[in-house]
Design a protein around this ligand. Structure first.
Ligand SMILES: Nc1nc2c(ncn2[C@@H]2O[C@H](COP(=O)(O)OP(=O)(O)OP(=O)(O)O)[C@@H](O)[C@H]2O)c(=O)[nH]1
Length: 693
């Protein structure tokens, strides 16, 4: 079956923004103008097409990244809605991984906000080309040029204006297209579906010329021929300019800036044109890199975005769908896959059958029989596939790059009320963990309690909500706890002999270990320095097992031990009485001693917190952060607001959202991200110890 759209006409893009900048509204309008959504849903009615889950609708935030297909100017657009809340940056990373380009939506009044900054840097990390849409130009205080300046100041971007606004605030009428040097004005009565092109208003002529020159110069600078022609007085044609801007976006030489008001239905069609004209197709992004599965040393391979290449895809999002059950959103990188075929999950090594394949539109889903390179599809019926897994041709296996997920730093205990609930909980948790790799589940070995771990309070709140509502689990949920760690601060050398002789075969093992601190984030390392066979090779796994068995619970308050190195420098064995088990027991005892002698300490997660507050609350905000053991890193003005940066222990950030709200009459905002682990001061450590040890 021939493809409906050539791969060069695909645009897989995401919309990234700070919370409330207007991502959902912009997406809604896009779906409306591309003809797939027939009513304009307002976020507040909870009718927005992209906001699927009840949890999201009630909270008014978008937490899932659903992929939606629509069409514009003969191109096939796959939009991935990325979440804006800081607790869900993982979802943003996950979507950025499978995007070819992005639209960065700014609030015209707020400029580059903390979360935009975070996602912008993530987009840099994944080399995602992007265009900027300055939204909310109708809002009081909207300032296009401040937003442009902000892109330089806040994220060191290279903004180049492709448009200028005509009017601002309630007088915002449309935009000047600097590529074609025309004014575009929207007609109110058509919900923005109709617009007219006019001559540039006289009062904006000078400014338009100035910005047109900036645009042309930014473009010709990147192309020797165009520059030579320009120096001879020849302006690039419209076509040439579009080509140069496209190249600049793809090389990330600059970031084109457009503007509008999604809410007032202005500026969305030119934004769609910009997506088509400037954002890359899968072909432009080129081959995806991967590895030959299970190759050691790792053998790299590539997969071309071509229907004839061996098939490969990456699963980037798992969702429960009320109609189809579990669906897995996948990006196909190479080749073609048919519904009903059997493929290899090269991450797990297991075979999977592709059941139904669906193309998700704004308000309907289309069953498809085959999908090819560049497509983003939802697959129903995958059983073994988790987020981040690769599926591929079993005869030509490939493992696409794995995703990395930050450490979950907060946890809660959950206790089902009945046996039936226990069963439901087990099923639900395995689903949730497969859907979201930043969410982990474990069992406390001492209490037997089930522990949920996540990125932040809200993250876990939402999981508990899903457990209760979707899976109807009745359970007691504990208060959120900080995920503490332990480490040693001094080198310790231990010589330990385990000897047992009570009838039958005895046990004998002697180990001499050097245990020392590793650099922060360096993790755990083991090295055997045995020469001459004082500990035979076959017993070394016993030593490692011994270390592993104590790593989960340190001596300070029973938290996992991180960042330490162990060297096995000597030992002894007995011909008859030694065994792997004897070495494991000896090592375990030696490690316990080493942790004491090595002056173990408690570590706590420290968050990077950014508070944005009206000036009058600055004093109270800083005072409060100080009282939370926060270290203020600096403060800055953003518009008329003060931005305060601080490092604050997570332990002292519980319920902060409420405190901040009441302190600032609801006007201040904050975002936080895990930054690093740090030693807990001794007075606080004593409290933690009293609570947990
Ligand atoms: N004045 C004005 N308000 C807008 C505009 N676009 C969106 N809004 C409003 O801003 C608020 C947030 O819009 P959303 O579209 O939900 O923003 P979002 O970025 O998707 O928010 P999250 O999903 O929570 O991250 C809503 O009240 C919108 O009605 C705009 O162009 N002008």
């Amino acid at each position: 079956m021939p493809r409906e759209h050539d791969i060069k006409d695909y645009r897989n893009f995401g919309i990234m923004a700070h919370i409330d900048a207007g991502k959902t509204t912009t997406t809604e309008r896009i779906l409306f103008y591309t003809g797939k959504s027939h009513k304009i849903g307002e976020v507040h009615d909870g009718a927005a097409t992209m906001d699927w889950m009840t949890q999201e609708q009630e909270r008014g935030i978008t937490i899932t990244s659903a992929a939606t297909t629509c069409f514009w100017r003969g191109h096939r657009l796959n939009i991935i809605d990325t979440p804006g809340h800081v607790d869900f940056t993982i979802e943003v990373e996950r979507s950025l991984r499978v995007l070819d380009g992005a639209v960065c939506v700014l609030d015209g009044n707020q400029g580059v906000e903390p979360q935009t900054e975070t996602v912008w840097r993530q987009a840099d990390k994944y080399d995602v080309p992007r265009v900027v849409f300055v939204n909310k130009m109708d809002k009081i205080g909207a300032d296009f040029f401040k937003c442009v300046a902000d892109i330089v100041k806040r994220v060191a971007g290279k903004p180049v204006c492709l448009q200028l606004p005509i009017g601002a605030e309630s007088d915002f009428k449309g935009v000047i297209d600097l590529v074609r040097m025309k004014a575009i004005v929207w007609l109110e009565e058509s919900l923005g579906a109709k617009f007219v092109e006019e001559a540039i208003p006289a009062d904006l002529e000078e400014l338009s010329k100035e910005y047109r020159t900036k645009l042309v110069e930014a473009c010709v600078e990147l192309d020797d021929d165009a520059m030579a022609a320009y120096l001879e007085g020849q302006e690039p044609s419209e076509e040439e300019l579009v080509r140069l801007i496209r190249k600049a976006v793809q090389d990330r030489a600059f970031h084109p800036v457009l503007c509008g008001s999604a809410f007032k239905n202005k500026g969305v069609q030119p934004l769609l044109d910009a997506v088509v004209d400037y954002l890359p197709s899968p072909l432009d992004r080129g081959a995806v890199k991967g590895l030959v599965p299970e190759s050691d040393p790792e053998e790299p391979l590539t997969r071309e975005p071509d229907d004839k290449a061996p098939f490969s895809l990456l699963a980037f999002k798992i969702m429960d769908d009320p109609f189809v059950g579990t669906i897995t959103f996948c990006r196909i990188y190479s080749g073609t896959v048919l519904a009903g075929s059997t493929v290899l999950n090269s991450t797990s090594g297991k075979k999977e059958r592709i059941g139904r394949m669906l193309l998700m539109h704004a308000n309907n889903r289309e069953d498809i029989k085959e999908a090819s390179a560049g497509d983003i599809v939802a697959i129903a019926g995958l059983k073994e596939t988790r987020t981040g897994d690769t599926l591929c041709d079993p005869l030509k296996p490939a493992l696409l790059e794995k995703m990395e997920f930050p450490e979950p730093v907060i946890e809660i205990a959950i206790e089902p009320k009945s046996k039936a609930d226990q069963e439901k909980l087990g099923i639900a948790l395995s689903k949730l963990a497969a859907e979201d790799p930043s969410f982990r589940v474990s069992t406390d070995s001492e209490s037997g309690q089930t522990i949920l771990k996540g990125m932040g309070e809200l993250h876990l709140d939402i999981k508990v909500d899903i457990l209760r509502r979707t899976y109807k689990v009745d359970a007691n949920v504990g208060a959120p706890q900080v995920a503490y760690r332990e480490t040693i601060t001094r080198k310790a050398e231990i010589d330990y002999t385990h000897k047992k002789q009570t009838g039958g075969t005895g046990q004998f093992a002697r180990v001499k270990l050097v245990v020392e601190p590793n650099e922060a984030g360096g993790g755990y390392q083991f090295e055997s320095k045995i020469v001459g066979g004082s500990v035979p090779k076959e017993y070394i796994p016993g030593v490692e097992k011994g270390i592993n068995s104590v790593m989960g619970a340190g001596v300070v308050a029973g938290f996992p031990i991180v960042d330490f190195k162990v060297q096995l420098i000597d030992g002894a064995f007995h011909e008859v009485d030694s065994s792997v088990l004897a070495f494991e027991i000896a090592t375990r005892a030696a490690m316990r001693e080493a942790l004491q002698k090595g002056a173990s300490v408690l570590l706590e997660p420290v968050m990077k917190v950014e508070v944005v507050t009206p000036e009058e609350y600055t004093g109270s905000v800083i005072g409060d952060l100080n009282s939370r053991r926060g270290q203020i890193q600096g403060q800055d003005m953003r518009g008329n607001a003060v931005v305060i940066n601080a490092f604050v222990p997570l332990a002292n950030m519980f319920g902060y959202v409420n405190t901040l709200r009441s302190m600032s009459q609801g006007r201040a905002n904050y975002t936080m991200l895990f930054d690093h682990y740090e030693q807990v001061p001794s007075n606080v450590a004593a409290e933690v110890q009293a609570k947990f040890a």
